[in-house]
Write a new protein. Structure first.
Length: 407
């Protein structure tokens, strides 16, 4: 019963995380599009900056924006913040359940750095805090006076951080550590900069005082950063399920390319929402950068070629490959895993029999041969020549040369 409660807890937390993320990103994208599409009008109040007419759900909406606030504050004011907070709380809870709860599998790679589970968790939590502190320091430094220079410095910082984590954690752990770090930066922008600044503006207006303009400028800059970081952080959430993205030698560089891809795509939509000619060249740039990411993914995979002389026949290769998978993988991928902390086989994949191994030949290829994703953290060592052997075996399985009509 405890095992089922644990699995359901993970599922529910992941569900809440996705729902909160959709709400946060959806409202963020909507208000960005709204803000950029506002148009001036003679009928607007003096304090108003612009308006937009919209239709949805059978009704018409007249949206009016005030740069600071209207002359008379409304009785009710909706603050868009709980979506961001809910996303972070559920995200860190999911990180704790999946990664911190099984750090030996998902965060530690003894071939990279020999650390304990507690050390891995402490480094992760400390890194999240330090990541925000450095980013916030960059924004408050003289670099913050130029959006372009700050963006370049922020980009360099995230790429260096990604490379640094690749020298500490396992491939999967380093990738997810960057995801939670970027997500924390975005939520901290809301919690510690944007909302407090808006609150001080509201208090000043209610007191009949002139608000400090720096709060608005600072909030706008951080909101711009969140705008451009949204697509990359979503990519990390999804990319954690694709070993050719996170489990290659150049995962840190791929993340850097994803930051650029997300930026040019957001630039396209931001420009389009302003009513200007859409910069279609951004899609070509995004496609080229994606091509580079694919190349790095392949270059970062195990490069050892299969030695055909190692096995006398396809049947011998087949037998050696099946035995290797069962020997190295069945401790976790079993109906009753013997690995501590695992109550169920990861993703429900069982690799205890020849038939099961053959059925999952393609998944084995991507997880073991085309990347270093499995075994996780090299808890059970697999040589590169063995990974090459499994790649050759998978090709023969797909060609029907081995594995047919076997029990």
């Amino acid at each position: 019963m405890i095992d089922y409660l644990w699995m359901w807890s993970e599922l529910i937390v992941r569900w809440v995380h996705v729902i909160a993320g959709i709400a946060w990103i959806g409202s963020s994208f909507y208000f960005i599009a709204l803000d950029l599409s506002l148009k001036p009008g003679k009928e607007l109040p003096e304090e108003a900056h612009g308006q937009a007419w919209q239709v949805h759900g059978g009704g018409f909406y007249n949206m009016v924006k005030y740069l600071v606030a209207p002359a008379k504050m409304p009785d009710e004011l909706t603050w868009f913040k709980w979506e961001a907070y809910g996303t972070w709380v559920s995200g860190i809870a999911l990180m704790s359940l999946v990664y911190y709860g099984a750090a030996s599998l998902y965060m530690i790679d003894l071939d990279i750095l020999d650390i304990t589970e507690m050390q891995a968790v402490m480094i992760s939590l400390g890194g999240i805090v330090i990541g925000w502190a450095i980013y916030d320091g960059l924004c408050r430094s003289p670099l913050g006076r130029s959006d372009l220079m700050l963006a370049l410095a922020g980009f360099a910082f995230l790429v260096v951080l990604a490379y640094g984590y690749s020298q500490i954690f396992s491939a999967r752990g380093a990738f997810m550590q960057m995801g939670v770090t970027i997500g924390t930066i975005m939520v901290a922008n809301v919690l510690m900069i944007i909302i407090p600044g808006q609150s001080k503006v509201v208090v000043a207006l209610k007191a009949g005082e002139t608000p400090d303009p720096r709060y608005g400028a600072r909030g706008k800059q951080r909101s711009l950063h969140n705008n451009y970081l949204t697509l990359p952080v979503i990519f990390v959430m999804i990319g954690g399920h694709y070993p050719m993205v996170f489990a290659t030698d150049y995962a840190w560089a791929i993340l850097g390319l994803v930051l650029l891809i997300g930026a040019v795509i957001r630039h396209f939509f931001n420009t389009k929402h302003k009513g200007l000619a859409p910069p279609y060249w951004t899609w070509l740039v995004a496609a080229i950068l994606t091509g580079f990411a694919i190349m790095l993914s392949q270059l970062g995979a195990p490069q050892v070629k299969y030695d055909q002389s190692a096995h006398a026949s396809p049947a011998a290769l087949h037998q050696a490959s099946v035995e290797l998978v069962i020997e190295r993988c069945a401790s976790c991928h079993a109906s009753k895993p013997v690995w501590d902390g695992l109550a169920f086989a990861p993703k429900g994949i069982h690799l205890e029999t020849e038939r099961q191994v053959i059925r999952h030949a393609n998944e084995i290829f991507w997880q073991v041969s085309a990347s270093h994703a499995m075994p996780p953290g090299q808890v059970i060592w697999v040589e590169d020549k063995e990974r090459a052997m499994l790649a050759a075996w998978r090709d023969m399985v797909n060609q029907g040369l081995v594995g047919s009509n076997r029990s």
